[in-house]
Design a protein around this ligand. Structure first.
Ligand SMILES: [Zn+2]
Length: 417
C-alpha cells in the first residue's frame, strides 16, 4: 500500500457522484481519496505530492464487475444458441477444463484490469479462482459455488461450503474476500438453498445466485421439463408451477445481501415487484444473454422500481470480453440509455448492487482510490458516452486500485503545465 501522498490529475475528471471537473485532480493518502478538486487547487496545497498528470485523458471511477467467471479460456467457447445446449457442452468439457483453469483465470483477470476494472465479483466452483483473483491486484469477492449432490445431505453440503469459505478467507489481501453462491434453481435443491441463504444472513455474509436466466430455467421451475431437466434429471423440486423469481423468494434467497445475475428471461411485472420488495440487487449481463438466447432483461423497469442494478461480463465462454465498459456500452445501446446512466451503472451502481458503495464506485473523499484513466477528452455536453466508447474500444491507459497503478501504458507529465 503506497503511504506517500499522490495526486492523479487529468484533462477531465468524472467523479460520477458529483459534476465533471475540467483539469481535475484526486489527492490520495494511504490508498484512499483525501480530496477531489481542480488540479490548480490541490496542486497548490500539495506541492510535495507525487503528481501523475494526464492532460489529454479522462479519469473515471474504476469499473465494478458485479458478475463474472474468471476460469474460462478465450477463444474456444462452446457454440452459443439455446442455453441448455451450451450448458451441456460446457459440462462435457469440465474434465479437460481443469488443466487450464488457473491460466484462464489469470488471463481473464488481466484482461479485466487492462479494461479499467478495479473490483470484480467472481463466481467459481468452490471458489477455485480465488488465488488468481487475489494475486491479480484487483479488489474483489469470490463467491464459492457448491453442488450439494456432490457432497451429501443439505445440512452436510451447507456445512461444507461454510467451512470452505472460512478456509478461503485465510491470508487474503485486505480487499479480497470470499462468500457463498447458490449457483441456480436447477443445480441446488431448495433445502440446501434455503439453509445456505439463512446461514449467510446469520453471519452477515453476502450471497450470489443466477436467476431467471434462460427459457429452459423458466420451464424447469414451472413444469419440471425441458433442456435442463434432460441434463440434470427430473429433480423432485422442479415443476412447482411458479416463476423462478417467486420460487427464489419462497426458498428465502431474495434479500438485500443477495446479488442475482441475469434476470433475463420471463421476469414479469409481478416478479419485479417481488425483487424490489425484497431488496435484492441485479447483475445485468446483456451480451451473455444475447449469446445464449436468453432475451433482454427488463433493466429500465427494475431501475424505475428502485432496484439496485450493476453490470456483469459473465465469463469468456458466454461473453466476448472481460471489458465491463464494453458490456455497459452494449446495454446503453440495447436499452436506449444515456452515457451518464451507463457510466453510473458500470461504477457506482455496481458498487451499490454489491453493498460496497461506501468503499468504491465513485471518486469521493473517504473511498478507496479506484480509478481508470481513459484515452478520451470530450468537449462540453454529455462527455460520458464518448468516454464509455473509448473505454469499450481498448482506450484504457491506466488502472489504479487503492492508489496503486496495477496497469499503466502511458508516460505521465509531472508538471501541471
Ligand atoms: Zn454467471
Amino acid at each position: 500500500m503506497p503511504e506517500n501522498t499522490a495526486l492523479f490529475a487529468a484533462g477531465l475528471l468524472l467523479p460520477v457522484s458529483a459534476p465533471a471537473i475540467r483539469d481535475g485532480a484526486i489527492l490520495i493518502r494511504d490508498g484512499r481519496i483525501a480530496a477531489v478538486a481542480t488540479l490548480a487547487e490541490l496542486g497548490k496545497e500539495n506541492t510535495d505530492a507525487d503528481l501523475r498528470y494526464f492532460p489529454h485523458y479522462t479519469i473515471v471511477p474504476g469499473a465494478v464487475n458485479a458478475h463474472a467467471h474468471l476460469g474460462f479460456r478465450r477463444g474456444d467457447a462452446p457454440e452459443g444458441g439455446p442455453f441448455s445446449k451450451w450448458l451441456a457442452r460446457l459440462i462435457e468439457r469440465l474434465p479437460e477444463k481443469e488443466a487450464w483453469t488457473e491460466e484462464a483465470a489469470r488471463n481473464s483477470a488481466q484482461e479485466a484490469i487492462e479494461a479499467g476494472t478495479t473490483f470484480m465479483a467472481e463466481s467459481s466452483p468452490y471458489g477455485e479462482c480465488l488465488p488468481q483473483l487475489a494475486e491479480s491486484g484487483l479488489a474483489g469477492t469470490v463467491y464459492a459455488e457448491f453442488f450439494p449432490h456432490e457432497i451429501g445431505t443439505p445440512e452436510e453440503a451447507v456445512e461444507f461450503i461454510v467451512n470452505r469459505v472460512r478456509e478461503l478467507r485465510k491470508g487474503l489481501p485486505e480487499r479480497v474476500d470470499a462468500h457463498i453462491s447458490v449457483h441456480s434453481p436447477y443445480t441446488v435443491d431448495p433445502e440446501s438453498s434455503r439453509l445456505a441463504a439463512r446461514r449467510t444472513r446469520e453471519m452477515g455474509w453476502r450471497l450470489a445466485i443466477h436467476l431467471s436466466e434462460s427459457p429452459e430455467e423458466v420451464e424447469f421451475v414451472r413444469e419440471g421439463t425441458g433442456g435442463l431437466a434432460d441434463i440434470f434429471g427430473r429433480n423432485e423440486w422442479g415443476g412447482v408451477g411458479i416463476s423462478p423469481v417467486r420460487y427464489a423468494e419462497s426458498i428465502e434467497l431474495l434479500a438485500p445481501g443477495t446479488i442475482a445475475a441475469h434476470l433475463a428471461t420471463g421476469v414479469s411485472e409481478e416478479d419485479i415487484e417481488i425483487l424490489a420488495r425484497t431488496g435484492v440487487a441485479a447483475a445485468h449481463c446483456p451480451r451473455s444473454n444475447e449469446y445464449l438466447n436468453c432475451g433482454v432483461s427488463p433493466v429500465p423497469r427494475m431501475m424505475e422500481r428502485g432496484m439496485r442494478v450493476g453490470m456483469g461480463t459473465d465469463g469468456l465462454w458466454s461473453s466476448p470480453s472481460m471489458n465491463l465498459f464494453e458490456e455497459t456500452l452494449f446495454a446503453v445501446k440495447l436499452h436506449g440509455m444515456s452515457g451518464a446512466t451507463g457510466l453510473r451503472l458500470a461504477t457506482l451502481e455496481g458498487a451499490r448492487s454489491l453493498g460496497i458503495e461506501a468503499e468504491t464506485g465513485s471518486l469521493e473523499a473517504g473511498k478507496w482510490a479506484d480509478l481508470a484513466v481513459i484515452e478520451a477528452l470530450p468537449g462540453e455536453g454529455g462527455p460520458e458516452r464518448e468516454v464509455l466508447e473509448a473505454a469499450a474500444a481498448g482506450g484504457v491507459a491506466a488502472t489504479v486500485v487503492g492508489g496503486n497503478p496495477i496497469y499503466n501504458r502511458v508516460e505521465t507529465q509531472d508538471t501541471g503545465g
